[in-house]
Design a protein around this ligand. Structure first.
Ligand code: NA7
Length: 556
């Protein structure tokens, strides 16, 4: 089992009652895109760092989500690290949208190329973290029985890693095979001749259903809410395209960092309501054909803020569904109604709607005939029993906060993060939650996170955190905490900006509504990565405004 490198990181021992010198400078939780880059940057500072990863290998999201059809819906060239020009030049993407195996190969290449594996401990879950207020240290406890002390903790646990368990009565009683898209068996699954049920039509379901239908004898999709899905127009990248990409990478990476959402385009300036029908239809047709996730959102500036403007694009997508799906009843079932376009994450698909034209594929409209329960032989709705061999749960995640509150984190005064976040996450700039000093989060709640290209947001966070830690060390300071006032102001600002959009009124994982009992709070910063970056940089330049910085106890 790969473990900590003895020459770079001290071997952990059982801590004494009050360790004042930490065994490690930093513990990073998670070895996906965030954790790998955080490790790279903190090691560059000369810190002793250990990454702790629950899975049996690195890769995070791209290690776990192995369902058929899993691929990124941001173009490969954009959804990749920018920190190393050499890496950009040596890596060749084979497709416009990389598949899960290719993304995982990329992350393995990065780990090997930068010698990261030596400081990563696999198959180990951080279960508890307790802050020592006197010595400014975190004590980290793992499920392998280890206890470590560290000055800094970085939660690189991902926005979509806490799998939402099926909240359907009888799920445990099913005698066939139950699979979750986010925990797909590494060896693959042969569905030849099987009757397969799919529950969930988010991005995972939309990507998986066409490929499941290629194998299975019958596919029945249990749809609670229809989605808006755009054609990906995925294709192989030619040698010429790769060469051209490499030539423009230097400028492209700068533009990405300056962009609103981590992808480069000219933001629209006109309202959809200023355009006439013909102009709008032409703009939407171009957006539809672009093969870009944000293709339709790039057309007009009020799609996410004005219900009437939004309805014009929603109706455009419904018209497309009607042209692709031959049975009018099925087309209508697949058509979102009363759901503003983009307020649930749109999907990029390859043949999703056309799959329903196949005779062995059908959709059950759960808004009309809800699931009553899962039985040993299949799924019962209010209308009838569906006997199946396999149930694929594409039911999503406890997004944004689930992976953090799953750890028993105890901050100042014995307060736990679960207690503090009982009414929703609270932090300053999405980076530090007041009362939990030295505990940073990468693309966590109340940051641009899921509303931007994740890799660009990750790099911004990791670089800010690294600079912050470097500053503390240079200044002989051992603690940074968010002030309660700054946190209050940030949470109010995030809520106020979200309130200007159509997002908060919709029950989605953006608002926590997909998890029973989870507080309804809009979980991401809607102001854009560019403005967010500027706020973070300004705070740092202004002596870490909104944060308190403290020296060690013997200097106080
Ligand atoms: P999502 O987007 O959360 O989709 C989950 C789907 O599962 C969605 O259609 C849900 O319907 C459905 N669902 C969840 N629970 C149930 C129950 N109990 N019964 C019926 N249907 C249910 O998760 P994905 O994995 O597809 O995508 C997550 C993100 O990962 C994606 O947006 C990308 O950013 C990558 P609902 O809409 O709640 O009515």
């Amino acid at each position: 089992m790969p473990s900590v490198h003895p020459t770079q990181t001290p071997t952990p021992t059982q801590p004494s009652a009050r360790p004042t010198v930490p065994q490690l400078d930093a513990v990073v939780v998670g070895a996906g895109f965030s954790g790998l880059y955080q490790l790279y940057r903190l090691r560059e500072l000369g810190l002793s760092v250990r990454v702790i990863e629950a899975c049996d290998d690195i890769g995070g999201t791209w290690h776990r989500n192995r369902y058929p059809g899993a691929r990124c819906d941001v173009e490969s060239a954009s959804y990749s690290y920018s920190f190393s020009p050499d890496l950009d030049q040596e890596w060749e993407w084979s497709e416009r949208y990389a598949t899960q195996p290719e993304l995982l190969r990329y992350l393995h290449h990065v780990a090997d190329r930068f010698g990261l594996r030596a400081d990563i401990t696999l198959r180990t879950r951080v279960t508890r973290a307790v802050y020592d207020e006197d010595d400014h240290l975190w004590q980290i406890v793992t499920d392998t029985g280890e206890t470590l002390t560290t000055r800094f903790v970085v939660l690189a646990t991902g926005c979509m890693s806490a799998v939402k368990e099926p909240d359907i009565p009888g799920a445990a009683a099913f005698e066939g095979r139950a699979l979750h898209t986010a925990d797909w068996p590494h060896e693959g699954v042969d569905l030849t001749g099987k009757r397969v049920a799919v529950i969930g039509t988010g991005c995972s379901g939309v990507q998986a259903i066409p490929l499941l239908a290629e194998q299975a004898a019958a596919v029945t999709v249990f749809q609670r809410t229809p989605v808006y899905a755009l054609p990906a127009h995925n294709r192989p990248l030619s040698a010429e395209e790769n060469a051209e990409l490499k030539a423009r990478y230097p400028q492209f990476r700068i533009a990405q960092r300056q962009s609103r959402g981590g992808t480069v385009f000219e933001p629209p300036t006109r309202s959809a309501l200023e355009a006439d029908d013909a102009e709008r239809t032409a703009a939407y047709a171009a957006g539809w054909e672009s093969g870009l996730l944000s293709g339709l959102l790039r057309t007009y500036n009020d799609i996410l803020v004005d219900a009437a403007a939004n309805e014009t694009v929603a109706e455009f997508v419904r018209s497309k569904i009607r042209t692709i799906v031959t049975d009018p009843g099925t087309a209508e079932t697949l058509s979102p109604r009363g759901l503003p376009y983009g307020t649930k994450r749109p999907c990029l698909d390859t043949g999703y709607y056309a799959t329903y034209n196949k005779p062995h594929v059908s959709v059950v409209d759960l808004s009309k005939t809800p699931i009553v329960g899962i039985t040993p032989s299949g799924i019962s709705t209010s209308e009838r029993d569906h006997t199946v061999d396999v149930i694929v749960f594409a039911t999503g995640f406890d997004a944004m906060t689930g992976s953090q509150v799953a750890i028993d984190i105890v901050g100042k005064g014995g307060t736990t993060l679960q207690e503090k976040w009982a009414e929703g996450p609270r932090n300053h700039l999405g980076l530090l939650s007041s009362g939990f000093p030295n505990l940073f989060t990468v693309i966590g709640p109340l940051s641009p996170s899921v509303l931007s290209n994740a890799v660009v947001a990750i790099e911004q966070h990791v670089e800010w955190i690294t600079d912050c830690i470097a500053h503390l060390r240079e200044s002989d300071l051992t603690e940074i905490d968010a002030t309660a006032e700054a946190e209050e102001e940030w949470c109010a600002h995030v809520a106020e900006l979200a309130g200007l959009t159509l997002y908060p009124a919709v029950a989605s994982w953006y608002t926590g509504a997909n998890v029973p009992g989870k507080p309804r709070v809009f979980l991401a910063y809607t102001g854009g990565l560019d403005r967010y970056r500027a706020r973070c940089d300004a705070a740092a330049l202004d002596g870490y405004r909104g944060f308190t910085l403290a020296p060690p106890s013997d200097a106080r």
